[in-house]
Design a protein around this ligand. Sequence first.
Ligand SMILES: [Zn+2]
Length: 356
Amino acid sequence: MLVEREPYSLNAAEKQPLLLAELNELTKHHQQDCSPYRQLVAAQWPDFVAAEQTEQLPYLAVRLFKQLKLQSVPDADVFKVLYSSGTTGTPSRIVLDSATAAMQSKILVKIMQHWLGKARLPMLIIDHPGVIKDRSHFSARGAGIQGLSFMGRNHCYALNDDMSINFEALDQFCQQFGDGPVFVFGFTFMVWQFFIQELQKQNKTIVLPQALLLHSGGWKKLQDQAVDNTTFKQQVLAQTAISKVHNFYGMVEQVGAIFVECEQGHLHCPSYADVLVRTPGSWQTAAVGEEGVLQLLSTLPRSYPGHSLLSEDRAVLLGEDNCPCGRLGKYFHILGRLPQAEARGCSDTFSSGTTP
Ligand SMILES: [Zn+2]
């Protein structure tokens, strides 16, 4: 099983046959236990029996999780339902049973430990404490922070509920832990807008030279402000002395198997997940270096058919097994969101033949 392997330890020759076998098995499982999924596959891939390469696996447009009840477990086994915030109103609905939820946490920890080490570090959260309090309206942000908080200890929230910086708490945290390794986490836009820019405005700096900053979430709002990854990192270094800054990409539809950016600025596939890039229109897989739509494969989703999904993100595959950082597996860049009309187009392709 891939879940037993280290995150970046398998080359293509080792990984692809294992990945293919697990994904074929998952496809069969979801066909059996999720009737809308069975209908979708039958409509789009009428001759499908099993894939000989991951490229041949059926895939669902991620938007379908907003439109259909896609679950492969009986209601009685539902342990938790995740909702994505999304920009279009209707949230995605992701159904977890306890086994899938446990596997997601286990894998998230495994990937995080690769970057953070095994010891729990003092953790600075660039958000306000209220974000995890209201459990009935648990946002994707709250869930993300909750999911990662058990990777750290002595949690400190850097912001007040009104998004201003809580300097008292921040200064105390830096005084107490600033000399050692520290885990800093926040959503990309929150880190930029309410922390880094605010420190700069107020002409303040903090000193966390051994910290590692992990941040996640779209670049869209930052791109609108003409802030790219390099600018982001330079500004973080200037205001906080943090030089280890890693973005990560993941979506609520595939929690656990996240894609973390290495020192080269490349997003890496862990052993449990993979990516393909497809050319819009023909939907053939694109070559390395060619822009297209990102398809995500993950061996974790068992309680819902989310093991092979066409995202609404544009991406480019950069290579496989040969990143200068030394980690094995495919690595890629995210280029941004698909325009809404195009995103709707790819989802409509898959809606025929189903009864919502
Ligand atoms: Zn790398």
